[in-house]
Design a protein around this ligand. Sequence first.
Ligand code: SAM
Length: 220
Amino acid sequence: MHAITAAADASPGPSFIKRAYYVLKAWRQAPLDVATLCPSSPSLTRKLADRDCVKNAQNIIELGPGAGGTTQTLLEHMRPDARLMVVEKSTVFSEPLRAIDDPRLDVVMDDACSLVDLVTQRNFGLADVVVSGIPFSSMPATTAKTIAESIHQVLRPGGVFIAYQIRDHVTEFARPLFGPAETEVVPMNLPPLTLYTWTKVCMPPSSAKDNGASRRSLSA
Ligand SMILES: C[S@@+](CC[C@H](N)C(=O)[O-])C[C@H]1O[C@@H](n2cnc3c(N)ncnc32)[C@H](O)[C@@H]1O
């Protein structure tokens, strides 16, 4: 009900064909960053967004929204009072992302390596869900480690990290922080890929003081 009201108020953004044009343009500039020639399929975006953790979330972060297909579907499933911060590195995607007219959306053109600073500067608070399409398989290991650690840091205890990936390198960086992932193959996407889902374990009571400090520093 909430999602239907919010979707009715929002401008949906570019069509699939228009998004494909931007993906090709960005891929020509930075193929390793974009890592695909085709925008995410409706089957994939639905599997990402049609989840209780998204529908119940207050704060969602998306890394690598590209031309915004995943972003649009997340917005359709989010509460009207929720917030979505998207962090995209390629300036090619600035236009289609800014064409999504939704007051819940904050488009940040920056590198996910700066995630902790971005969350702090924007007073965003800890995230309930982080969704990521950035290709962990084609970035340097030091970058992948920094981004995985940043995701872990900005998530609240009990928060959910969802990554959609062609290859499984993300597990190498996320597993030491989150433990084993739940996986689901999405065949109806070009190329077919896997959804990895982790839940950040709630801290034991002895660590609760530290978590309070990090929650304050992220929302300061
Ligand atoms: C597979 S595409 C995302 C697909 C898109 N979500 C869709 O629905 O079609 C990966 C995206 O991650 C972005 N990206 C790669 N490395 C990044 C980084 N370090 N920080 C932010 N965005 C990054 C790329 O520019 C690209 O838009």
